[in-house]
Design a protein around this ligand. Structure first.
Ligand code: M6R
Length: 609
């Protein structure tokens, strides 16, 4: 996720671009850059770090051009650096591009363009866009961009500036957001509304497959077939604070709602042909290395640890290998048993968690290769690990982790299926079935999110209690732990997760009339066992809120409330079942007037021990 801004009009572009970028800094903040067209020609300035670093680099004598593009980056391909920051030029400075998204086939395109004589200066996927435009340029920027992106697989929102056509900006979109702000004698382009809100409240929303040519006095939007489109002008009524959160009240809710997209981004280029093919060649693991693994050790903290627990169930089921999951703070001080055939996996959204980093270093000091699953390119974990599997969740701002958790689980599934594929543990049909089910998950998450109101109602009940329990068996237990953490973290309601079968060994003493017990019963093969634990709670007059898959409708007679999840393979249910739990925590916290995005005593990234 990155932030794009473009301006063309009568004002000096630079301050408008900088102001817009600052409003989009929540989308990415590891580097930034601007490209300005003025009388003296093109001026490009880029800097690693926050936008203030870019401002210092530009200084007071910025160029007085009336058009330009800017970008604030959340690195995907290539670590944060001045060179990898956008905008990117082609071989000459004739064409400049800013981009948000991922170009899946950039390696092949780069290889081909280099063979055609193009010289690349960055490690980014974006730079191929600039060279493609240069390669195909035919005197008409719009037609060239349309031609160029036919070659591109992946997602993009992009803006192209051409020195020879200095009266227009051309932009295009596929799977990444882009809006056009409409002014008087000036127009704007941005990834999101906050960037333009100080200048206009009238916008067009560019849809997938659409292109736009923007001049100071006009905006023309067309389809790939060059058909001119009449778009509806939308009037933005949100205030500036709400706009930064995409109109949502809190970043947490925004991030929960972004999950289908985060899942799709994390699958992109890895789950091909509708899920029938899994490709993790990016890990550069040889078949020998994969076949040599005899044990897996997953180490992480908090929510990332809970993702690891889900991974354990999936890996043990599909790989038939022993998997140990450890809290990084424990692992680092307990002289863990590691041998050379143990694959160590660390998971960290931020890539900066002190305990996780220490665990990684410990494993490496013992001679183990470490694979990191992280969301932040250039983070300490990504730099120090031997292999990195990135989650493409985009920046997560709320302290409570949501979309990172979902993409961590997805990454563990992808890794599991990939290892199973290489080790020959699943036949083609089994792999395809699992991959297709995985591929179908984002749409199922969307369906759950559309039923938000059902959860709000349950949250109203929950929010009146000071203590709750989450129960489940196997994978459901792992998700119960995450559900409990989310609830206590943001609503301050005491929440404990138990393996359902453990209740009768002590905790049942705490079940009193009406106490909320959130029971996960998504595993069809053990549904009867889960049901008998639910009955234990009901017999003590607990209030059971159940999560189950569609197809187990008879459950509703046994519980007080039930939320049915769209049906999927049992081993994939965590990606679905955690979503209502996130919403439940969110709405309970809102009902209790808690500061959802910044809960007391907590920090987003725990960089101290
Ligand atoms: O950045 P990391 O994934 O390493 O962070 C680990 C935990 O601090 C984090 O997941 C924490 O538990 C979340 N706030 C939970 O929502």
């Amino acid at each position: 996720m990155c932030g794009i801004v473009g301006y063309i009009g009568r004002q000096i572009a630079y301050p408008i671009l900088i102001e817009g970028l600052k409003k989009l800094e929540y989308r990415g903040y590891d580097s930034a850059g601007v490209a300005l067209l003025c009388h003296e020609g093109l001026k490009v300035v880029k800097a690693k770090g926050e936008i203030t670093v870019l401002e210092e680099k530009v200084g007071q004598s910025f160029p007085a051009g009336n058009m330009g593009i800017g970008h604030t980056r959340w690195a995907t391909h290539g670590a944060p650096s001045d060179v990898n920051a956008h905008p990117h030029c082609a071989c000459t400075e004739e064409f400049t591009v800013v981009h948000n998204g991922i170009i899946e086939n950039y390696r092949a395109l780069r290889h081909w363009l280099e063979s055609e004589g193009h010289r690349f200066s960055s490690e980014t996927d974006t730079e191929v866009l600039a060279h493609l435009v240069e390669h195909y340029y035919n005197g008409d920027l719009l037609k060239t961009v349309q031609e160029a992106i036919k070659k591109v697989e992946g997602s993009f929102a992009m803006v192209v500036m051409c020195r020879g056509e200095n009266d227009k900006l051309v932009c295009a979109r596929r799977d990444s957001p882009l809006i056009i702000g409409l002014g008087e004698g000036e127009n704007f382009i941005a990834s999101d509304v906050p960037a333009v809100l100080n200048y206009t409240r009238k916008i067009y929303i560019l849809e997938d497959g659409e292109f736009a040519v923007i001049t100071a006095s006009s905006v023309q939007i067309c389809s790939a077939e060059c058909t001119m489109l009449q778009k509806e002008v939308r009037e933005i009524t949100w205030d500036a604070v709400a706009a930064e959160k995409g109109g949502f009240r809190h970043f947490m809710l925004k991030e929960i709602m972004e999950q289908p997209r985060a899942l799709r981004e994390t699958m992109r280029g890895r789950l091909l042909n509708g899920g029938r093919e899994i490709n993790l060649s990016e890990l550069n693991l040889t078949p020998e290395e994969i076949n040599d693994i005899s044990r897996i050790y997953i180490v992480a903290c908090g929510t990332a640890y809970h993702a690891g627990l889900v991974g354990k169930y999936a890996m043990e089921k599909l790989l038939r290998l022993p998997v140990e999951v450890d809290l990084a703070s424990e692992f680092r001080y307990r002289d863990p048993l590691l041998d050379e055939k143990t694959m160590v996996i660390v998971i960290s959204q931020s890539g900066e968690t002190a305990d996780t980093l220490a665990a990684l270093r410990l494993a490496r000091s013992r001679g183990n290769k470490v694979l990191a699953i992280t969301n932040v390119v250039g983070s300490s974990v990504s730099r120090e690990a031997d292999k990195v599997l990135y989650t493409w969740a985009g920046p997560e701002i709320a302290v409570a982790s949501t979309k990172a958790y979902l993409t961590q689980i997805l990454s563990l599934y992808l890794l599991t299926l990939y290892l199973a594929q290489v080790r020959g543990l699943l036949d083609r049909q089994e792999l395809e079935k699992a991959g297709e089910a995985l591929f179908a998950l984002p749409a199922k998450v969307e369906e759950i999110l559309s039923r938000e109101v059902e959860i709000q109602d349950i949250a109203a009940y929950l929010s009146c209690w000071e203590s709750t329990f989450f129960i489940g068996r196997n994978m459901d237990f792992a998700v119960a732990m995450e559900g409990a953490l989310k609830l206590k973290e943001i609503s301050y309601i005491h929440a404990e997760a138990y393996a359902s079968g453990e209740l009768k060994h002590g905790t049942l003493a705490l079940i009193v009339e009406g106490i909320p017990v959130i029971a996960l019963a998504t595993q069809k093969d053990i549904i009867e066992k889960s049901l008998s634990n639910i009955k234990e709670v009901k017999a003590r007059n607990g209030y059971v809120i159940c999560l189950a898959q569609e197809g187990t409708e008879d459950l509703q007679n046994e519980v007080d409330r039930v939320f049915y999840l769209p049906a999927t393979e049992d081993f994939l249910t965590p990606i679905l079942s955690v979503v209502p739990l996130q919403l439940l925590s969110y709405y309970a916290a809102v009902a209790r007037c808690c500061p959802v995005d910044k809960p007391r005593n907590l920090a987003k990234s725990v960089t101290v021990e």
